[in-house]
Design a binder for this molecule. Sequence first.
Ligand code: TYD
Ligand code: MG
Length: 461
Amino acid sequence: MAKAKTVYFCQSCGYEAAKWLGKCPSCQEWNSFVEEIRQKAGASAVPSWKSEPLAGAKGSKAAILHEIDFKEEDRIKTQDQELNRVLGGGIVRGSLVLVGGEPGIGKSTLMLQVALQMPGAKVLYVSGEESEQQIKMRAERLQQSAQTNCYILTETDVQHIFTQVETVKPDLLIIDSIQTLYSQRVESAPGSVSQVRESAAMLLRFAKETSTPVFLIGHITKDGSIAGPKVLEHMVDTVLQFEGDRHHSYRILRAVKNRFGSAAELGIYEMQSSGLREVSNPSEIMLSQREESMSGMAIAAMLEGIRPMLIEVQALVSTSAYGTPQRSSTGFDGKRLNMLLAVLEKRFGFRLSAQDVFLNIAGGLRVEDPAIDLAVLVAVISSQQDLPLPTDIAFAAEIGLSGEIRAVNRIEQRIAEAEKLGFQKIFISKYHKKSAIDTAKNIQVRAVAKVEDVFGELFGS
Ligand code: TYD
Ligand code: MG
């Protein structure tokens, strides 16, 4: 057999090089080169689209759309309602799901719990990170009923895993984690880009050909993306992110990408000493964290990329000790803050020119979404007037230079997130389509046109 030839490709522009380069000479991108294997030396140099099919290869045939069989019940419902919801109503047969999260957040716990809660289904849990005893110990902690059909395999070689898969014939395959797998066909170390991609590609083929759903656990790099090639996220059907503060017990499971459902869904869990408990009433988190209302705080319904989240804006307005008032903001554009303060002065007559204004976005986030504007204004006024807001109100609107309240994108998602998190009321712009607003059931949506309307309703002035 001819020696496999490896070449390196830039992931962002496709530039080809014989050796690894730190910076792409073509598009100037750093760290974008990945190794690719070139086999099949015998293939003709210029492939013809009319070429004969390769020996032994089975091509698929085109089919007429309305003749394709489809059953809505092709989903496996787990006992975990939060997971079902995030997946869009259960596990789709033959789907490949990637579950990402920081170390220690509870990915293994979540997946083992799912594995143990599948009555009537055979589950194969493959771990490359822990021993059988460690997994058994964890299962004991989870206190699930002993009668389950869950097989444990500690193995990292993909070929061996597939041998076991053929013997066990599971209804669900869980891989913990994709970064520990290695295939003998690729020379690089486990966790490297080509290993991860090769293993994922094999699992993808397995999932599609046998209609067996596969869950992959993936590690996360420092900047929050899933370690390994970006193509991994393109290959899989669904990307779930498991997140939360390790020092707090609440965990959030989000769909970042979902071919079979909405990517706006989230599931909430609480990590207890006996595993993850589903939190079906999320307001319990918000209310327990903010027991009494304080002035200078407002909640904005934001979108981070495509992910909706509610974040707290904190403002402090105090009399300036020096001639020039200070303006300081953390996590929010300082120029935008000045603009909003100018709107308050000019349009609404609030005297802020002799006062220091400090603004902080809780949780160390940096926010660029203009939908935070209204929450910023409200927090500043709340602090200046020393009037606290009720804790169950959220805001999502941009402010124009004349103080008008402007519409923001994906308002349905923001409303849905606020509703899910237990808020009672959300202020949005009047200029949204009515259909968008009508989707909310358990939250009062206040569509307003002017900032005065908001202030009047909140502070009675
Ligand atoms: P784990 O699932 O090992 O995290 P990951 O696979 O994402 O790295 O979770 C480990 C943490 O969860 C660990 O700090 C202990 C905690 N934990 C509990 O609090 N209760 C439990 O029942 C279990 C199994 C773990
Ligand atoms: Mg783990």
